[in-house]
Each structure stands twice: as C-alpha cells, then as structure tokens.
Design a protein around this ligand. Structure first.
Ligand SMILES: [Zn+2]
Length: 113
C-alpha cells in the first residue's frame, strides 16, 4: 500500500501529528484549550484534515453522554483524539461535529510571516 495523499495547510501556526508531522489543523480552527483528553490536556477544533474516524460509540465523559468516534492520523494511524457526533446535553450541543486533539499527540509548527 502506498502512502495516501496528504493535504498541506498554508498557515503560520499549524498543529501536526507528533509522529509523522502530517498537518492536522491550524490556529484559526482552535475553539478552546480547556479540555481534558485520555492523556492529559486536549484542545477543541472546528476542523481536522489528514485524519480518519473509528466507529461511533456512546461514551460518558465528564460533561455528560455523547456519541463520539476515535480520531486517527491518516498517515501513521496514531490515535490523536476524537470527534463529537452527538451531544445529549443541550448545553454541550456546540461540540457536535467538532474535534478533540490530545496535546501530547500533536506538535505545533510555527513560522514567522
Ligand atoms: Zn501521523
């Protein structure tokens, strides 16, 4: 199997996969840095590229019941976070369709512009 085609972001602040450095998302997609993941701190983003999703699962997280999917790097299969498919609590609906990236699984790439 060949390496799948990767997308590249053209921004000065990019979050990338810790292992293979595939671009995942950019600073402009960041919603919040105040989340907790499986491995510590986690960030909430609007969109993530170069990723693939696992099967939907019901999970009880700190803030209630959700349907989530594990999120993997498309290039190296690293578990990088999860996607919220559905939130049952009205106050948590803003998370639907958004992505959690684990701080320990990603690196920030910065360039001067
Ligand atoms: Zn990767």
């Amino acid at each position: 199997m060949g390496k799948e085609f990767q997308e590249y972001l053209n921004c000065s602040q990019i979050y990338a996969c810790e292992v293979c450095k595939a671009h995942l998302t950019s600073q402009s997609q960041l919603i919040s840095k105040t989340f907790s993941g499986r491995f510590g701190r986690a960030f909430l983003f609007k969109t993530v590229i170069n990723s693939k999703l696992g099967n939907p699962e019901e999970k009880i997280l700190l803030s209630g019941l959700y349907i989530v999917r594990d999120l993997f790097c498309k290039s190296c299969d690293l578990l990088i976070g999860w996607k919220y498919d559905k939130a049952y609590e009205e106050s948590q609906k803003y998370k639907e369709g958004k992505f959690i990236l684990e701080r320990n699984q990603i690196i920030k790439l910065e360039w001067d512009t």
